[in-house]
Write a protein that binds this ligand. Structure first.
Ligand code: PLP
Length: 488
């Protein structure tokens, strides 16, 4: 399995190099053409345990890691870090199944990948010093800070949009411990943070490596080491439906995924390419419905207002990982991908050909308004006493519109990407307006009473942890901030 840029097929990289670099120098993302003909023996693999499935998938997609290295990564990634024995429990709710992806150390689905990435990176850096730069809309930040905390030879800097993350997310990041972790709030939105980080990579990667011996890398969802661990829970969900007798092997199922940067749902697509019987991938958006419009029209147009919603991890107008899908549907054509991405950077818009559009048949775009999202939280609570967070609610509602439009009766799994404890205020307000008068810590106890679900450690901790990170910078100061953190 050879990797190269989505914008240039000529320079090739091993999976270790791809994971260490994160992003390609030309601004493209690492892809492999081999994924299209790398089937794994699904019927055999779905009989294995979660960690054994990780091993089989990694062996296929990251072949330059030795078996011993992979086993060591897997051994250390999850053990003792999740609050449930199961990494991704599958819970039946009404006619649906929710894959609860938020039982990791920071209550975010990103933990699943970010517990693994530092392991994979530590096997790839050959003792070199690495500084991870990460832009976050909220959840990635804490999950990355926790994943990389005190990692040997690896430092981490997280940029998040100032005052545009939930109070819980803010406290989670601002109270982070670890001698190697740095956090800064940026006066701008998530796209500003992401663009700023990409610029630092483009301008400074070589300079820092030459002058300071520090290798810049990324923990964002564009990293192959983030993408690959996410494939597993699609296979694991299928396995659980099979074990529960809800499907027979070979039956196709649907997944509905609350989407921002398109990493999670792309992992579902890769699971399908590897041989998992998946029919539809329903891409759920909030009111920032740039992806919905793209799947409707074939036009990706980021020229629109950025809307702040109650599902901030999906408030994104540039879904970076979509570039990988564009590359594949262009027939693995890096020139075409480069042309489209340059149009996105220059004009903020691109349009795919009809031929490319025809290759999107397994995707379905749907979206939810804020009111629909709140109503979904309330109606689900009323009907079964189960409380979901705002991101999951966007997906649950989007799935309803998909069924209303298509009449699809296939078994469906909704990716439940955050604990309701992380988006307390919006969640409880949806159920009863009276909660809006209470402070955040009171709300934690109210949610506990209402849902009967234990307060996760990650939430309990921030009630008392001291704030350690107070840096706020302008978008134009992000570079100096990194230099300062590096002690230059
Ligand atoms: C990151 C995130 C998403 C979006 O995932 P992508 O891989 O960026 O599409 C959805 N929900 C939550 C809670 C998240 O943290």
């Amino acid at each position: 399995m050879i990797y190269h840029s989505t914008r240039d097929k000529n320079n090739t990289y091993t999976s270790k190099e791809a994971i260490l670099k994160g992003l390609c120098e030309d601004g493209g993302l690492f892809v492999s053409d081999d994924i299209l003909n790398s089937k794994i023996d699904m019927e055999a693999v779905i009989k294995l345990s979660y960690n054994e499935i990780v091993f089989e998938v990694f062996k296929t997609l990251l072949p330059d890691y030795s078996d011993a290295e992979l086993k060591d990564c897997i051994e250390h990634a999850y053990k003792g870090k999740f609050e449930t024995d199961d990494i991704a429990p599958l819970t039946p709710i009404g006619e649906n199944y929710l894959c609860e992806l938020y039982h990791g150390p920071t209550c975010a689905f990103k933990d699943v990948a970010l517990c693994m990435l530092p392991q994979l990176m530590a096997k790839a850096n050959n003792g070199k010093k690495v500084m991870i730069l990460t832009a976050t809309s909220g959840d990635t930040g804490k999950a990355a800070l926790a994943g990389f905390k005190d990692a040997e030879n690896i430092g981490i800097t997280v940029f998040y949009p100032h005052e545009k993350v939930s109070h819980t997310q803010y406290l989670q990041m601002a109270t982070s411990e670890g001698g190697n972790v740095f956090v800064a709030a940026v006066r701008g939105n998530f796209d500003d943070c992401q663009t700023g980080v990409k610029q630092i990579f483009n301008e400074y990667t070589d300079k820092y490596e030459k002058e300071y011996g520090v290798f810049l890398s990324s923990a964002n969802s564009i990293n192959v080491g983030r993408l690959v661990p996410q494939i597993i829970y699609y296979i694991d969900s299928y396995k659980k439906l099979l074990e529960a007798g809800r499907i027979s092997f070979g039956d196709e199922i649907d997944f509905c995924v609350p989407t921002g940067n398109f990493g999670d749902v792309l992992a579902g697509y890769y699971a399908k390419l590897l041989g998992l019987p998946v029919r539809k991938l329903i891409v759920a958006s909030n009111e920032n419905k740039v992806l919905f419009d793209f799947f409707e029209s074939g036009v990706y147009d980021r020229n629109r207002d950025f809307i702040l919603t109650s599902s901030p991890s999906m408030d994104i107008l540039i879904s970076s990982n979509l570039e990988r899908l564009i590359y594949h549907i262009a027939g693995d054509d890096s020139d075409k991908t480069k042309e489209l991405m340059e149009s996105l950077t220059g004009k903020g818009v691109y349009e795919i050909s009809d031929e490319m559009k025809d290759k999107l048949s397994e995707f379905y775009g749907a979206y939810s308004t804020e009111d629909e999202t709140f109503d979904k939280i309330a109606s689900l609570y009323d009907s079964c006493g189960y409380i979901i967070d705002t991101h999951t609610a966007v997906a649950a509602n989007a799935y309803d519109s998909y069924v209303a439009e298509t009449g699809d009766q296939k078994k469906n799994v909704i990716a439940s990407t955050a604990s309701p404890y992380k988006f307390l205020r919006a969640v409880l307000k949806s159920i009863d307006a009276k909660y809006d008068k209470m402070d955040d810590f009171e709300l934690i106890d109210e949610l506990n009473k209402l849902s009967g679900v234990d307060i996760p450690n990650a939430i309990e901790e921030i009630r008392t942890a001291p704030v350690r990170h107070t840096k706020v910078c302008e978008v134009s100061e992000m570079k100096q901030t990194v230099a300062q953190f590096l002690g230059m």
